[in-house]
Write a protein that binds this ligand. Structure first.
Ligand code: DX5
Ligand code: ZN
Length: 214
């Protein structure tokens, strides 16, 4: 079964608690929290405090995606706030192995993310230090974009390589393209618009959970 991680970027920020409870009731598996710094990506989103409050209102795993140039400055804070999985980008100039090790030493899942135009070779040095690879299927920064189908090849390569961690895709995933991702090795689908702008999230997640994983 593919895990479904609703991205709260598409939720109503003034009613986050209500939105989280609705997603939980609809049967989602994780909650995806996008953090943006207006440097690594041209947008701002959420904070350590958001993660702390989310941790208080739900028991679901919090999948925190750090779209930041200097995640090392807030890594401990996000771990203290209760992130279950912390994902950093392979494109940043920082001590990536040090951060992945720190995340794992705190008993959390360590993730590495790759932008759609980045070569898969970029994650190779870190792969053994990760529990999850996040393949961006849109240019990070904004919800509601169209999925870049070129990324499917990278998902396939990673899956065929025997990677045993989670393979997650993020951006532009909808009911009409998720099966193709699943068939190529996807294990976690991040979905913003397709879930939070859906009139029946529970029915949608029910259908998504019936899609066979490889
Ligand atoms: C984009 C974010 C995604 C985004 C996905 O930078 O990382 O999580 O919210 O949203 P949709 O599903 O609307 O593309
Ligand atoms: Zn994300």
């Amino acid at each position: 079964m593919i895990k479904i991680a609703p991205s709260i970027l598409a939720a109503d920020p003034l009613n986050l608690e209500k939105e989280i409870r609705a997603a939980e009731k609809a049967g989602c598996d994780w909650i995806h929290v996008d953090i943006m710094d207006a440097h690594f990506v041209p947008n701002l989103a959420y904070s350590v405090d958001t993660v702390r409050r989310l941790r208080e209102v739900t028991d679901l795993p919090l999948d925190v995606h750090l779209m930041m140039d200097h995640p090392e400055t807030l890594l401990d804070a996000f771990l203290d706030a209760g992130a279950s999985c912390l994902t950093i980008h392979a494109e940043i100039d920082a001590d990536i192995p040090g951060m992945l090790t720190k995340i794992r030493n705190r008993g959390r899942m360590a993730g590495i993310a790759l932008k759609p135009n980045s070569e898969i070779e970029l994650i190779q040095p870190y792969i053994d230090m990760t529990d999850l690879v996040l393949m961006m299927t849109v240019e990070p920064g904004f919800g509601g974009q169209k999925l870049d189908a070129r990324v499917i090849g990278k998902i396939r390569l990673l899956s065929d390589s025997g990677y045993t961690g989670e393979i997650e895709a993020d951006g532009g995933i909808r009911e009409d393209n998720i099966e193709m991702l699943a068939a190529n090795g996807l294990t976690v689908a991040v979905m913003g618009t397709a879930l939070f702008r859906n009139s029946d999230m529970a029915a949608c997640i029910g259908r998504l959970h019936r899609i066979p994983a490889v």
